[in-house]
Design a protein. Structure first.
Ligand SMILES: *[C@@H]1O[C@H](CO)[C@@H](O)[C@H](O)[C@H]1NC(C)=O
Ligand SMILES: *[C@@H]1O[C@H](CO)[C@@H](O)[C@H](O)[C@H]1NC(C)=O
Ligand SMILES: *[C@@H]1O[C@H](CO)[C@@H](O)[C@H](O)[C@H]1NC(C)=O
Length: 473
């Protein structure tokens, strides 16, 4: 905390210090200033919250109990609308997009498939009074009060806050939040995947781009005290650290939740998305900063493509399942609805679970360690470099099965792995059959059976529960 206290620093240094922070750091704060410039953040928090058994007796939480507050800007919405519309379900999802100024005529009439918008209150008087280090931050925090005033409180259990380039996976969000008692005080979020961002801001902060959820009593407390909070923390330089600080003052701390992804990374994040932990995918952020997540598609088309799987069945999305074909000496890693990797070698799960470092760190000249998780470096070894397939289509079959298909991106351009003697070069498509059973309380991975006729184009995988003592061997 002390490192952000710049109230005693002379003004000229303050400016430099703030610029430095802006360059390398977070969130809400700078996308608002530079709507087109990349912001930061995602991560896999290493501590998974062990959810206490539900003791509350209310009706189950459903989509109508979640209220979304998206803080964006008029300037950015012109090119970010496609992200918002990818996940927003008109007349089903509740909430608002807050804009800094009224929309210009070229985005009017307002699209019915976008979240409804509100223009943020004029806070000039408050800003003059508290003289914040970053004058645009009060708008971001004040949105919590504005949405609290605006919303009909009937069935309001959770407030989910995000940026205008946050993609939420709402069904999974409902499944995860439903496990918590919404009548108690909860602050649910995720640190960044960038170690240095967490070090500099906080390891206990829900990064704003990944999105975070506040239970109703906490929203109420926050809304009733937001102006005092802004006064107390007017020296802090990002919205999410102010939020964390005020929430801590109510005696509430972060419940870290894997599955919320700030994506403080650059380049090709396919390696990360291909090794997602066994937890529901709740959000993705910064998709206009990183490369498009599917080959030969732009960023917006890529997210709409992923949504084809998400809209039919979300629970398993991106979760990694590892299979072995002993007859061929292959290891197969499936990131459901996203990718399949075939290795011509038997490799242990503990290794395949490490993301391949296809991406780069967030900051331009960082010092290692970069990430909050261990990685594997991409390899040119024919036994360790995977054949890569990407999600193509999804189909609901009879008898509660879902079929997803994956196509080969390109030839691997490597000779077969000599020790294995079974090349996967012929495979062009992979068919994965999985059940519609929700994967929420996941204490163990699934296993699968793989059928492949030597030299065939198609390979088929069927997910099933692992046998009690089944191991890779
Ligand atoms: C959500 O639950 C409430 C009861 O709390 C119920 O009245 C409502 O119909 C449910 N809505 C949906 C969309 O399932
Ligand atoms: C949402 O509801 C409004 C009012 O009932 C209706 O006019 C509008 O067409 C609906 N929008 C969509 C996209 O279904
Ligand atoms: C699988 O690989 C091992 C070690 O690399 C090799 O000894 C074995 O013969 C291979 N099995 C088959 C079926 O090719």
């Amino acid at each position: 905390m002390r490192s952000f206290d710049i109230s005693h620093v002379p003004n000229v240094y303050k400016t430099i210090l703030i610029s430095g922070l802006v360059l390398s750091s977070t969130i809400i704060f700078y996308y608002v200033i530079h709507p087109k410039s990349p912001t930061n953040s995602f991560v896999v928090s290493r501590i998974e919250k062990t959810l206490s058994q539900s003791t509350f007796t209310d009706t189950p939480t459903n989509i109508s109990h979640l209220v979304f507050g998206i803080v964006g800007s008029e300037g950015a919405w012109h090119h970010r609308k496609g992200y918002g519309e990818a996940w927003w379900q008109p007349n089903v999802t509740r909430g608002y997009l807050y804009l800094d100024i009224p929309p210009t005529v070229d985005i009017l009439p307002w699209s019915l498939t976008s979240p409804p918008y509100r223009v943020s209150e004029d806070l000039t008087k408050l800003i003059n009074e508290i003289n914040p280090a970053v004058p645009i931050l009060p708008r971001v925090l004040h949105a919590i009060l504005e949405i609290f005033r605006e919303e009909d409180h009937e069935g309001f259990r959770w407030l989910v806050m995000g940026d205008d380039d946050t993609i939420f996976f709402v069904d999974n969000m409902v499944d995860v939040l439903a496990k918590y008692d919404h009548t108690k005080y909860y602050y649910i979020g995720s640190p960044s995947e960038c170690l240095n961002s967490n070090f500099r801001f906080s390891f206990n902060m829900g990064f704003g781009g990944a999105g975070f959820a506040l239970s109703y009593p906490l929203v109420k407390a926050f809304a009733n005290n937001v102006e005092d909070c802004l006064k107390r923390y007017s020296h802090l330089v990002t919205g999410d650290i102010i939020e964390m600080s005020c929430i801590a003052d109510f005696g509430v701390n972060l419940s870290p939740q894997k599955g919320l992804h700030q994506i403080d990374l650059r380049g090709d994040i396919s390696g990360l998305l291909s090794s997602h932990p066994k937890t529901p995918l709740m959000s993705l952020h910064h998709l206009d900063v990183v490369d498009p997540i599917f080959p030969n598609m732009d960023a917006i088309n890529s997210i709409h493509h992923l949504m084809k799987a998400a809209n039919i069945y979300q629970s398993r999305l991106l979760q990694q399942t590892i299979c072995y074909n002993r007859k061929h000496n292959w290891s197969i890693s499936v990131s459901w609805g996203y990718s399949v990797h075939i290795y011509e070698k038997i490799m242990p799960r503990s290794l395949l679970q490490l993301p391949i470092e296809t991406f780069q760190p967030w900051a331009a000249n960082p010092n290692p360690p970069f990430y909050m998780f261990n990685t594997r470096l991409p390899s040119n070894d024919q036994c360790e470099s995977p054949h890569v397939f990407f999600f193509d289509s999804i189909e609901k079959m009879s008898d509660n099965l879902i079929l997803t298909t994956y196509y080969r991106r390109s030839s691997r351009e490597l000779p077969p792995c000599v020790s294995s003697s079974h090349s996967a070069d012929y495979v062009t498509h992979i068919y994965v059959y999985s059940s519609v059973t929700k994967r929420i309380e996941i204490n163990r991975c699934e296993c699968c059976d793989h059928t492949y006729a030597e030299g065939a184009k198609n390979a088929v995988l069927k997910f099933r529960e692992c046998m009690p003592d089944e191991i890779m061997a």
